[in-house]
Design a protein around this ligand. Structure first.
Ligand code: GLN
Length: 453
């Protein structure tokens, strides 16, 4: 704990933590010391982790990277976090993230941008940017993030660490501040696949507080073995052939494909005919869900309240939300409200739901023939701070949304996926490679990720 506290202090410029629980972590460490001596310590005894600022931890403030949760204190602890605490994890602090987990660069946080430790002029990815940098820079052993469209895997790729998004419903969402409820997943970020697998195992499983959690048995993921037969692996042809993907990333991905073939596995290209509909479907549905989820932040029930005459309720809502939410969150609430409005509902929301089903069916067909689907995690390595924010990209938010092209599919269909490090580019920037597996095949996913690490 002391060593991490020193490092956190030395690396303040990275802005990875929004709050550090120094004294509490020390006390927790003392308690665990006693438990270790008594032989009663849990399975995570001594593991020092950080948690993304969207996870409720009773008695601690939680802000979702936003001004609107000013002065708000969590009233209860997220199920996933409680299960880690029950196994004697030490929580060292709360990690910076994009506001309400909306973003791919960690630049939309009310607490300012996070910097990539490989190059502080570059972004760490988002939205779990603080969580990924904290592991990258040795500020904690592992982090717990959330992944709605890539927010665990994309920053893991940009920071050269492991990010695991489980199957939708594998881990309870109780206590996770909702962004898009039918996409949101809690997931670990760690230095090794083993650490990520152990954290997953402990967080996973049924929970009375979240009816969408599966009752499928949880497995000892870290002990998973690959089947004793050649694997069948599909790779996304565009990931290694499209000129829209950085040349070094294409090369690095191709090299892994060649290695897998040399090891006797079948590795074949697939084309997703619906690839171009992934981002539109994702952004219509997630903004729709977000506009509904975020309606609870009204200036009355939580956190920030604008100064308005007491008699004017509508003005209070309007002013609190205008002042409390940042530009990207407001943009998405407006987009989502539009997609759900009476005259456009069928044209956008219903249509996107239908396309979601088609994407799921197309993905299922891939997995009828293959064990895994491989692709780069991201089309480019970490970009410069400010490079894709509205001002510099000609006010085009789509530039940022394109960073998610390879990660959103797993959330649209609810499948598990992992990003592992795959070398660096000529500037020393980390590159990630992603593997996706069928629902609840986390054991196989962990096994192949370990074999490829
Ligand atoms: N970058 C994506 C978005 O902005 C994904 C975010 C996430 O997974 N939370 O929606």
């Amino acid at each position: 704990v002391e060593q991490y506290l020193v490092r956190i202090d030395e690396q303040r410029h990275l802005n990875a933590f929004t709050e550090v629980y120094a004294d509490e972590a020390r006390q927790q460490a003392d308690r665990i010391d006693h438990k270790l001596a008594a032989g009663t310590a849990g399975r995570l005894a001594g593991m020092v982790i950080g948690i993304k600022d969207v996870l409720n931890y009773a008695g601690h403030s939680v802000r979702a990277g936003s001004k609107i949760l000013d002065n708000f204190t969590a009233q209860f602890t997220a199920t996933a976090i409680q299960r880690l605490l029950d196994e004697d994890v030490i929580i060292i602090g709360r990690q910076n993230c994009d506001e309400f987990a909306m973003g791919s660069s960690n630049e939309s946080s009310f607490f300012g941008p996070v910097r990539n430790a490989a190059d502080p002029n570059r972004v760490p990815g988002g939205s779990s940017g603080g969580s990924a940098v904290a592991v990258q820079a040795g500020l904690c052993l592992a982090s717990i993030g959330s992944d709605t469209g890539g927010s665990v895997r994309q920053p893991a790729a940009f920071c050269g660490v492991v990010g695991l998004k489980p199957t939708y419903g594998r881990i309870s969402r109780w206590g996770l501040i909702a962004y898009a409820s039918s996409f949101d997943c809690i997931g670990p970020i760690a230095n090794t696949v083993d650490d990520a697998a152990l954290l997953l195992e402990i967080m996973a499983g049924p929970d009375d507080f979240d009816s969408t959690v599966s009752s499928q048995p949880v497995q000892p993921y870290a002990q998973a073995q690959l089947p004793d037969r050649p694997l069948r692996i599909a790779y996304l042809r565009d990931g290694v052939e499209s000129t829209g993907v950085d040349a070094r990333i294409r090369e690095a991905t191709q090299r892994r494909i060649d290695e897998l073939r040399a090891a006797g596995h079948t590795v074949e290209p697939v084309d997703l005919s619906l690839l171009k509909y992934l981002l539109p479907t994702y952004y219509i549905l997630t903004t729709a869900e977000a506009s509904s989820n975020l309606s609870r932040f009204d200036g009355v029930r939580y956190g920030y309240r604008a100064d308005t005459p007491a008699m004017d309720l509508l003005a209070l809502y309007k002013k609190s939300r205008t002042e409390g939410f940042g530009a990207e969150v407001r943009r998405r609430i407006l987009l989502g409200t539009f997609a759900l409005s009476a005259s456009y509902y069928d044209a956008y929301y219903t249509k996107a739901q239908q396309v979601r089903r088609l994407i799921r069916e197309e993905t299922e067909r891939v997995f009828e023939q293959y064990d895994f689907l491989l692709s780069p995690t991201t089309p480019t390595p970490a970009f410069q701070l400010g490079e894709k924010t509205s001002r510099r990209s000609g006010d085009d938010p789509l530039q940022m949304y394109l960073a998610d092209i390879f990660t959103v599919q797993a959330n649209v269909v609810g499948y598990p996926a992992v990003s592992i490090p795959n070398g660096t580019d000529s500037n020393g920037l980390p590159i990630g490679i992603q593997l996706m597996a069928p629902p609840f095949a986390e054991s196989a996913l962990v096994a192949i990720a370990k074999a490829m690490s």
